[in-house]
Design a protein around this ligand. Structure first.
Ligand code: HEC
Ligand code: HEC
Length: 337
């Protein structure tokens, strides 16, 4: 066949038509237009939040779909067409400057979200998300209602758990600081309570922990660990004052396992997030060691340990179990070595 102008034009149009048919019309006719197992309609407040989400351009940084390869942000539930039933416009988004929000509902408590919208650096010190304080508290509450609805019925189930524990957490907090710590620790399984540290509080570990603390925790627990970070005024119960933990060492020695467990899992029902998706094990030990040495005024680097010290710390770092049990040390002075 000769390549005439008209054949090139007709050929190009056919290619465009075939592509449009495959990616636009084909799905419209083959994917059934019905809600998925977890879809539910939005309430009026959530719908208002959705409008604010569109108006503020949240889609420029956040997607709302989870793909099979998105391990780590919820690939337990892959997004389905029915999740977007009745959504016009849908808010899939294509940018992921921030995390995907398809299953955001119930991941955090309401007070965490309020502090976060007022200024994301309060709860997430390294965040580049803009502040939304200018929206005013009414609109922020609508935004919170909307993000807590993301994930439909699954989000509602998570919110149910948040609310149940929130009641317990508030009641414990109102009984006073020591009762509060007792309640917090009653949530830690027994084996974790008197656990010898897998990663002793060496100088290197504490130094690494300081950086992690500044990147993730300082906005709530504050620079001196007394719970007076800038987020605190928006949170109830407020962030824990770590110095109180000195009175709650287990067997007069152990606290590292408790810190580890709480940092890993968070305190559901309060603003304390879980860090199991953000920090790997060694970092959780390190930040726990930093808290222990600097705020609780305690160190466990001479307790017998079950773990292998991080290899790059050399022989010095190895715990010496023959040495006498450690006594109280002054903060930041390097401890009794
Ligand atoms: C410039 C990009 C950007 C914009 C615009 C933006 N965000 Fe974010 N968002 C981020 C980043 C980055 C994070 C992760 C750090 C953090 O927690 O702040 C984040 C985190 C979040 C989280 C917490 C997710 C989690 O569970 O850790 C929520 C909820 C959220 N954003 C909602 C919104 C909403 C609603 C809007 C619009 C009103 C918005 N964001 C606008 C970048 C953005
Ligand atoms: C958004 C605020 C917030 C951030 C960020 C935060 N925390 Fe918390 N944290 C809390 C609140 C609130 C509580 C306790 C609530 C209560 O008393 O019921 C808490 C409790 C804890 C506890 C429980 C102590 C115990 O003995 O049971 C530990 C440990 C802890 N935080 C460590 C951390 C570390 C480490 C980081 C950073 C990696 C961090 N927190 C980041 C708010 C926060």
């Amino acid at each position: 066949m000769r390549k005439s102008d008209s054949i090139i034009i007709i050929g190009s149009l056919m290619v465009v038509f075939a592509a449009t048919l495959a990616v636009v019309y084909w799905p419209v006719f083959t994917i059934p237009n019905r809600p998925s197992d977890l879809w539910r309609p939005l309430t009026d407040l959530e719908e208002r939040g959705r409008r604010l989400y569109i108006a503020n351009g949240c889609t420029n940084c956040h997607s709302q779909y989870i793909r099979p390869q998105d391990w780590g942000i919820g690939a337990e539930r892959i997004s389905q067409a029915g999740d977007y039933y009745n959504q016009r416009p849908h808010l899939l988004g294509s940018e992921r400057t921030g995390p995907d929000l398809a299953q955001e509902g119930g991941e955090h408590s309401d007070d965490w979200h309020i502090a976060h919208f007022i200024n994301p650096r309060f709860t997430s010190p390294r965040s580049l998300m803009p502040r939304f304080a200018y929206e005013g508290m009414d609109n922020i509450k609508a935004l919170v209602a909307y993000v807590q609805s993301l994930g439909g019925d699954d989000a509602d189930a998570r919110m149910e758990i948040q609310r149940r524990f929130h009641k317990e957490a508030v009641a414990a907090y109102e009984r006073g600081p020591d009762e509060n710590v007792k309640w917090l620790h009653s949530r830690v399984p027994k084996t974790w309570r008197a656990m010898p540290s897998e990663s002793p509080a060496t100088e290197a570990s504490v130094a690494r922990g300081e950086k992690i603390y500044q990147d993730f925790c300082i906005g709530c627990h504050g620079p001196v660990g007394d719970g007076n970070g800038p987020a605190a005024e928006h949170l109830y119960p407020p962030p824990l004052n770590f110095t109180i933990l000195r009175r709650h060492l287990v067997d007069g020695k152990y606290i590292g396992g408790i810190l580890y467990y709480q940092i890993m899992n968070g305190i559901t029902g309060t603003a304390m997030p879980y860090f199991k998706k953000h920090l790997e094990s060694a970092k959780i030990w390190d930040v726990g060691n930093y808290i222990m040495v600097n705020f609780i005024n305690w160190r466990d680097d001479q307790l017998p340990t079950e773990g292998i010290p991080a290899s790059y710390e050399g022989k010095e770092a190895a715990p010496v179990s023959e040495q006498p049990q450690p006594g109280p040390t002054e903060p930041g002075r390097g401890g009794a070595r």
